[in-house]
Design a protein around this ligand. Structure first.
Ligand SMILES: *[C@@H]1O[C@H](CO)[C@@H](O)[C@H](O)[C@H]1NC(C)=O
Ligand SMILES: *[C@@H]1O[C@H](CO)[C@@H](O)[C@H](O)[C@H]1NC(C)=O
Ligand SMILES: *[C@@H]1O[C@H](CO)[C@@H](O)[C@H](O)[C@H]1NC(C)=O
Ligand SMILES: *[C@@H]1O[C@H](CO)[C@@H](O)[C@H](O)[C@H]1NC(C)=O
Ligand SMILES: *[C@@H]1O[C@H](CO)[C@@H](O)[C@H](O)[C@H]1NC(C)=O
Length: 771
């Protein structure tokens, strides 16, 4: 071997060594969420891979050994990947993709050219290279909520907070390195202007090449080009055995954190402010932030209630209804209440020079469009709801005045609110009757004038609603739906509340299911629309989506997404083709997630009241979705906690319906339990073709369980008895006679997923036999 050859071999091997070090992930490599496999940086500190997000879902990103996530992929579109994802793959054709068991591959990162290799670097930067080892994409250029030492936030870029400590999707605060050289914090969806900012570095005017930088000791500073412009945090935190990073927190404050690699403890070393009420929008609409013992608290405006129980930051809504500019004289029904020292976004539509607070109150009361007013410095600024970015700070002389109903006492419960609503409708009806009588007596011109005013009111009202909610339920004309369903030709289902037809929308050829409501409605159009909007806002993969509606005289139609694989009842009770145990259990988990959302996770709690296999529909991918949710609310105002007649379906109905007891979410848990037993056994809950011992499913299953013959509930099917027993136990817990013994839906889901122990259930009707 010549010297030259040896040299050549040496050269090649060192090059290969360098190659391996700088690009440690080769084409063809893959990761799966369940195996805990990740792509580590050479030091093992940073890892790229799946991390858990929500229940049974995963997101892809970069994280530290304590699982602190420092970067998240596809954060804005869909950060979570459901459990049917098989792998994250750096494919041999040079793409970084999520490969699903069924369906399309999804690109995780989309660089402009084909990837030749990838590398998780020791500084926490994930880098993609082309075939000439040029960097074509790096995570440092796409920060989410974190800056790592050496990473830069260049001019024009911004960081966004995460939605919550466990949800790394985009949250509600941002930190922007502005082109004018100023580093500024705002809530999301606001213009980059002074009134919306809640932090700034006061470096305005330093020019268009200012960047935010962090050193390994946690020093945070602004550079103008390459010259130091300003220190923000002085740093000097230990670097030995720890990592210092900067993060924009969920609560809107940015800080320096140190992770000790020894005990994996994360400590906050420095924060941009200690005032946790400072971030504008920390409290939701119509509420204001106030510090109590240095802890931020969100309080509702007077006569307002939290929209989401258990989550005071989600905002507040009125506990009474207003009619806006209505024919009934408002002056005697309303009053103004005040919140001193409070600061809000100023969206005034009228600004008056007025000497006293009393006059300002009166000016607002006299103007039916005025829902609140700010009085400060002899200025009276009339406002519409919602009020945003509220906070109380001593030293702020602004007084917020809010219109309240005289008849509503403070701190009303929901039930009282319901009664108020009804009373209000009565008033409305009286009003309408009176007007009609008046109209009869009047001339034609008066009728026309009245009509014009009504139209005007309607337009105003809709404007307001859109501003508040900004949801996109489509309103269809009857002609449009009639055409889509070809004159209601193809009936696909029929239930207590109406008949369902298949249709195809003209504009986008989307298949839809149209439900024609056939029941009497006790409520007015306005309430109906309010409820519709509530339903329209619900979005969950295990709920059938409401796309639009039609209110056209006597016609009340709801338009839903179309579910091509029919109902669970069709599948479950079809003896020809039995779904496998695993498929059935997945369906049970899907349904429980949908119910959990209705009970706990959406803005207004919804008790479905009619959970049964006929109301579970299967989409094209065999994902189970709940239908007819919210109909209980649409059809009957007062369903939440008073007895108003049985709404559910025999066999699935919880005993409290018959007892004239309060109906709560536990009624749905009962119905779910019955259905779970049906899913386990693939038979109906009541079947008189069987022997008397077996006819009532719950009783039979409990007998089998209690006598140790658990295997017989699945007949000939080959399933591990241990698995069957678990599921049967959950079912028995759900159908307990006493609602308080039934688990919450959250608990049910945890049990279904196998993450918690399931205690031995008592006999569901033991309570009965002891009476
Ligand atoms: C994954 O990691 C977690 C915690 O580190 C551990 O509890 C679990 O058993 C691991 N799973 C697998 C499949 O290795
Ligand atoms: C920032 O740098 C630019 C160009 O180098 C210079 O014109 C400007 O004066 C600097 N601004 C400050 C505040 O130092
Ligand atoms: C901005 O500053 C960087 C140094 O941090 C420099 O490399 C770059 O050329 C500057 N850009 C402009 C447009 O001045
Ligand atoms: C910024 O901080 C660094 C390191 O702590 C220090 O050396 C420097 O003097 C500081 N500069 C200013 C302008 O405060
Ligand atoms: C509370 O509500 C807000 C706004 O809807 C939401 O961003 C946040 O995640 C909720 N927090 C909890 C703990 O549910």
């Amino acid at each position: 071997m010549s010297i030259l050859t040896i040299l050549f071999v040496l050269l090649i091997s060192t090059a290969a060594e360098a190659q391996r070090r700088s690009s440690n992930i080769a084409l063809g490599s893959s990761l799966t969420p369940s195996s805990n496999s990740t792509w580590y940086s050479p030091s093992g500190v940073y890892a790229f891979g799946f991390f858990p997000q929500h229940v049974n879902s995963y997101a892809v990103g970069i994280f530290l050994p304590d699982k602190t996530v420092v970067w998240t992929a596809n954060r804005d579109s869909n950060p979570t990947v459901p459990d049917n994802v098989v792998s994250l793959l750096l494919s041999t054709d040079g793409r970084l993709i999520l490969r699903r068991r069924q369906g399309q591959d999804v690109e995780v990162i989309s660089p402009s050219t084909t990837i030749a290799s990838a590398s998780m670097l020791d500084n926490g930067n994930f880098v993609l290279y082309d075939s000439e080892s040029r960097i074509i994409w790096q995570s440092f250029d796409h920060p989410t909520n974190t800056l790592l030492p050496g990473q830069q936030l260049p001019s024009g870029k911004e960081l966004f907070s995460s939605a919550s400590e466990t949800d790394y999707g985009r949250g509600i605060f941002r930190l922007k390195m502005q082109n004018d050289g100023n580093l500024v914090q705002y809530p999301i969806n606001t213009p980059d202007t002074g009134p919306y900012s809640y932090y700034n570095s006061v470096t305005y005017g330093a020019g268009g090449n200012v960047s935010l930088n962090i050193d390994s000791d946690g020093r945070l500073y602004l550079l103008n080009g390459s010259l130091l412009l300003q220190n923000i945090s002085s740093g000097r935190f230990p670097t030995q055995g720890s990592i210092n990073l900067m993060r924009l927190d969920v609560g809107g404050i940015f800080g320096i954190y140190s992770l000790s690699l020894g005990n994996l403890a994360m400590t906050r070393r420095w924060a941009s402010t200690v005032d946790e009420c400072a971030p504008k929008g920390f409290c939701g609409v119509n509420s204001f932030c106030t510090l109590m013992d240095n802890e931020p608290e969100c309080l509702c405006l007077p006569s307002f209630v939290y929209v989401q129980s258990g989550n005071n930051t989600a905002g507040c809504s009125r506990n009474f209804l207003t009619q806006g500019c209505h024919i009934i004289d408002d002056r005697f029904k309303y009053d103004m209440r005040r919140v001193e020292n409070s600061e809000w976004e100023d969206n005034s539509y009228e600004n008056l020079n007025i000497m006293s607070e009393e006059e300002c109150s009166k000016a607002c009361l006299d103007d039916c469009n005025c829902e609140a007013a700010f009085f400060n410095d002899n200025q009276c600024k009339k406002q519409k709801l919602p009020l945003r970015f509220g906070r109380r700070s001593i030293g702020n002389s602004n007084i917020a005045l809010v219109r309240v109903s005289r008849t509503t006492d403070m701190g009303d419960s929901d039930r009282k609110r319901m009664i108020k609503k009804e009373r209000h409708i009565d008033l409305l009806i009286v009003g309408i009757v009176l007007t009609s009588v008046g109209v009869l007596a009047l001339s034609i011109s008066a009728i026309l004038a009245h009509k014009r005013r009504k139209d005007y009111n309607r337009i105003k009202k809709d404007d307001g609603a859109n501003f508040v909610e900004g949801i996109s339920l489509q309103a269809f004309t009857f002609e449009h739906i009639s055409e889509a369903t070809r004159g209601f030709k193809e009936e696909v289902g029929r239930g207590a509340s109406g008949t369902v037809f298949k249709g195809v929308l003209r504009n986008d050829q989307k298949m839809v299911a149209v439900k024609r409501l056939e029941k009497e409605f006790t409520q007015g159009e306005r309430e109906f629309q309010t409820e519709l909007k509530t339903i329209g806002k619900m979005y969950h993969r295990n709920l059938v989506r409401l796309l639009g509606y039609c209110l056209d005289g006597a016609h009340k139609l709801l338009v839903f997404e179309y579910m091509s694989n029919g109902s669970l009842a069709d599948i479950l009770f079809n003896q020809q083709k039995r779904l496998s145990w695993e498929e059935r259990m997945k369906i049970a988990r899907d349904i429980s997630r949908g119910i959990l959302y209705l009970h706990q996770e959406c803005e207004t709690q919804i008790v479905h009241c009619d959970i049964k296999p006929q109301n579970i529909l299967m989409d094209g991918n065999w994902c189970a979705k709940i239908s007819d949710f919210g109909l209980a609310k649409l059809l009957k105002q007062d369903q939440t906690n008073t007895y108003t007649g049985i709404r559910g379906t025999k066999g699935y109905v919880a005993p409290e319906w018959y007892q004239k007891q309060a109906i709560t979410v536990k009624a749905d848990v009962y119905s779910f339990g019955v259905m779970l037993l049906e899913i386990i056994c693939c038979r109906k809950c009541v079947d008189w073709n069987r022997s008397e011992d077996e006819a009532i499913l719950e009783e039979w299953v409990y007998d089998c369980y209690a006598t140790g013959k658990i295997g017989s509930v699945v007949g000939d099917e080959m399933v591990e008895e241990r698995k069957v027993e678990r599921m049967v136990k959950i079912g028995i817990w759900c159908v307990q006679y006493d609602p308080s013994l039934r688990p919450t839906m959250k608990k049910v889901l945890l049990m279904l997923e196998g993450t918690v122990e399931i205690p031995i259930p008592p006999n569901p009707s033991s309570f009965l036999s002891s009476i």
